[in-house]
Design a binder for this molecule. Structure first.
Ligand SMILES: *[C@@H]1O[C@H](CO)[C@@H](O)[C@H](O)[C@H]1NC(C)=O
Ligand SMILES: *[C@@H]1O[C@H](CO)[C@@H](O)[C@H](O)[C@H]1NC(C)=O
Ligand SMILES: *[C@@H]1O[C@H](CO)[C@@H](O)[C@H](O)[C@H]1NC(C)=O
Ligand SMILES: *[C@@H]1O[C@H](CO)[C@@H](O)[C@H](O)[C@H]1NC(C)=O
Ligand SMILES: *[C@@H]1O[C@H](CO)[C@@H](O)[C@H](O)[C@H]1NC(C)=O
Ligand SMILES: *[C@@H]1O[C@H](CO)[C@@H](O)[C@H](O)[C@H]1NC(C)=O
Ligand SMILES: *[C@@H]1O[C@H](CO)[C@@H](O)[C@H](O)[C@H]1NC(C)=O
Ligand SMILES: *[C@@H]1O[C@H](CO)[C@@H](O)[C@H](O)[C@H]1NC(C)=O
Ligand SMILES: *[C@@H]1O[C@H](CO)[C@@H](O)[C@H](O)[C@H]1NC(C)=O
Ligand SMILES: *[C@@H]1O[C@H](CO)[C@@H](O)[C@H](O)[C@H]1NC(C)=O
Ligand SMILES: [Ca+2]
Length: 563
């Protein structure tokens, strides 16, 4: 009897394997009735896409599942794509950016690699405008925030989408989801950390890069450059910003021991714009030709970060070396300061709760009131920085964050602060969550520094094989000492391994600076939050998961320094 049952199971497995899934299988009825706790499924549709994302051979079945949370009137669309052939048994949740809960265009490259993917619109528009602007959905009426859509955006829709995505992947393919991964940067990074906190068994591995956690704190802080310029009555010109960033890099480049046009030790950089007063500037039209006291004061306030009128800390400022043009856009040399759209939208919709509100007139006192109220009103909804990750750890989850140390949108110190808080609660955080910082790199990329090249592969090796990422492989398309505006190809020309926080990769002073082997880890350089105990050089490790044999041999030469 037992044998016969075994035989029939084998037969069924054999039949499933024998019947290929074809385009004809791509119908809404090919998936079983979906059940999503807390929601009602309104509609399921399916469409066959033989070249998903215009990638030849990227043959997928894409499902759109519309759900509602009864009593709220919302309509949330979930976009799930499953490869017709060669599904690798892994589901990948796709993170969003700005106010978009999911970046749909990020799915196709992942299905091409064999993953099934899922993204959600969280019940609001996902068009490109929707990234910067929450005004279409922030309010039910004046003064009346749509808490339901905010909760969808903060976390609930991520879990609903994950339940739906896994169920569809399994129903459609007739095989189990073996492992699941979250992949996101910025809002997508926040979402990854929110999942680790609120839905700790949804994913086995999480990529949570440049995370927009502490959303209710750093988003108001993004408005600080605008508020400072308004209150000081001084509009900085692009050439004043440029001069300040260039001078800061020149002053602090060498603090990390290597002149390469990159500040790798921003915490050690005490350059202030006061040193530029009276220096010459490129000028045109009405813009100033010498660096003024007022310009220096405005820039130093932006670097310092938001403070109360009494000078008390509210949040971090832009790191030295980060580009000002995102948070203080002034490309047209306007005579009025211009705000950053995402933070301006947050002030109007969620803080003032009035889309007509003029953010130009916010005084330093009002800024403080908005900041503190925003912290109180939204921390439990979208702060997403609870340090208790024990359930995620017990689930066996593994997580990797990387962030640029010249991030021009999200202050990396907040990400480091979060790690410190986790570590205060659990000294073994390194066993399941590691952070890496890329000197000279902006928000989710950009800049002349190195960015990770194999993050998902290294996360998978950690989850599936237990090989922890002691270093993160990284590369840059720019040669050493390149300027940002240098035209480069898309191929990496140099390689460097990133060390886990609180270490930062540091040139060893010997060897080819375009090769990984010439860098070592040093603590206390990037980390504002870590007390700088000593300057001892700690070499990270000597092997990198997934690195080819010749590159590994190179890394194992003496360039690694003393262990
Ligand atoms: C695909 O369609 C064929 C033909 O309708 C059917 O026999 C087969 O069971 C389907 N496969 C799956 C996995 O649903
Ligand atoms: C379900 O979605 C399909 C495809 O978008 C659409 O044609 C159909 O009208 C929808 N049905 C309902 C009930 O919304
Ligand atoms: C900042 O970014 C702007 C726009 O991308 C660019 O024109 C400018 O050169 C950058 N400035 C610095 C200092 O990198
Ligand atoms: C980078 O440029 C600076 C200033 O020109 C120079 O001193 C330094 O040697 C250069 N570094 C490398 C690695 O070429
Ligand atoms: C030039 O600097 C002066 C003195 O600080 C200041 O009053 C003026 O507003 C500046 N002009 C512009 C166009 O920024
Ligand atoms: C703004 O002014 C700078 C010099 O201060 C000039 O190089 C640039 O072309 C101006 N930009 C625009 C859009 O007018
Ligand atoms: C905002 O402006 C619109 C259109 O002018 C108006 O209908 C609405 O009452 C205004 N809301 C507030 C809170 O002032
Ligand atoms: C800012 O406040 C001033 C004085 O209260 C007022 O005249 C001006 O219209 C306000 N500006 C905006 C954009 O609301
Ligand atoms: C796990 O290790 C095996 C054997 O070395 C290898 O074939 C496989 O690619 C590794 N998997 C991952 C995800 O790194
Ligand atoms: C190994 O990797 C290095 C750097 O990633 C690359 O330059 C080299 O060509 C690779 N060698 C082989 C044999 O793949
Ligand atoms: Ca340097």
């Amino acid at each position: 009897m037992k044998d016969i049952r075994g035989l029939s199971v084998t037969l069924i497995i054999w039949l499933c394997l024998a019947l290929p899934i074809s385009a004809a299988n791509c119908t809404a009825s090919s998936v079983a009735r979906l059940s999503v706790f807390g929601a009602e499924v309104l509609n399921v549709s399916a469409s066959h896409e033989p070249a998903f994302g215009d990638i030849p051979g990227n043959d997928v079945c894409s499902f759109t599942v519309t759900i509602t949370h009864p009593g709220t009137g919302d309509r949330v669309n979930n976009y799930i794509s499953v490869p017709l052939q060669g599904w690798n048994g892994r589901f990948q949740g796709i993170g969003g950016g700005g106010y978009a809960a999911g970046t749909l265009s990020d799915a196709a490259p992942q299905t091409a690699l064999g993953y099934s993917t899922g993204a959600t619109d969280a019940g609001h528009d996902t068009s490109s405008d929707a990234v910067d602007d929450a005004s279409p959905w922030a309010l039910l009426s004046d003064g009346n925030v749509d808490q339901n859509l905010l909760l969808n955006f903060a976390r609930r829709s991520l879990h609903d989408m994950t339940v739906i995505g896994k169920a569809i992947s399994e129903d459609f393919s007739g095989k189990r989801v073996e492992f699941s991964y979250w992949n996101g940067c910025s809002t997508g990074g926040r979402e990854g950390l929110a999942i680790a906190q609120y839905y700790p068994s949804d994913y086995d591995g999480i990529i949570a890069n440049a995370p927009a956690i502490q959303w209710n704190d750093f988003t108001p802080a993004q408005q600080w450059p605008y508020t400072v310029q308004n209150n000081e009555g001084y509009v900085l010109s692009p050439s004043e910003f440029q001069a300040a960033v260039t001078a800061a890099i020149a002053a602090c480049d060498g603090l990390d021991g290597f002149l390469d046009g990159i500040i790798s030790a921003p915490a050690l950089c005490d350059f202030t714009a006061q040193r530029l007063i009276g220096s010459n500037l490129p000028c045109s039209g009405t813009s100033n030709c010498t660096f003024s006291q007022q310009a220096a004061d405005v820039i130093d306030k932006i670097w310092q970060g938001p403070r109360t009128p009494r000078g008390d800390f509210l949040w971090y400022g832009l790191p030295k070396g980060a580009n000002f043009s995102a948070l203080a856009p002034n490309l047209a040399n306007s005579s009025e300061p211009q705000p950053f759209l995402i933070s301006d939208s947050w002030f109007k919709g969620f803080l003032a709760k009035n889309l007509n509100f003029s953010t130009a007139n916010i005084s330093y006192t009002e800024f403080t009131d908005f900041f503190l109220q925003g912290h109180l009103q939204y921390d439990s909804i979208i702060g997403d920085a609870s340090p208790d990750l024990r359930p995620f750890k017990e689930h066996g989850g593994k997580m990797i964050t990387w962030q640029g140390l010249a991030d021009q949108l999200i202050m990396p110190q907040g990400t480091q602060l979060y790690y410190e808080k986790i570590q205060n609660l659990d000294r073994s955080v390194h066993d399941f969550y590691r952070q890496f910082y890329s000197p000279g790199v902006g928000h989710c990329g950009g800049g002349i520094g190195v960015t990770p090249t194999h993050q998902l592969e290294q996360l998978r090796a950690w989850v599936e094989n237990g090989t922890a990422p002691d270093l993160l492989q990284a590369g840059s398309a720019y040669p050493v000492n390149a300027s940002n505006d240098l035209a480069v190809g898309s191929n990496n020309v140099r390689f460097q391994a990133l060390c886990p926080y609180p270490q930062v990769s540091k040139y060893s002073g010997a060897g080819d600076p375009t090769s990984s082997g010439s860098y070592e880890g040093q603590a206390g350089m990037g980390a504002d939050m870590v007390p700088q105990q000593d300057d001892a050089v700690t070499v990270c490790v000597r092997t990198i998961a997934g690195m080819n044999a010749s590159a590994l041999a190179e890394l194992q030469t003496d360039h690694c320094g003393p262990v």
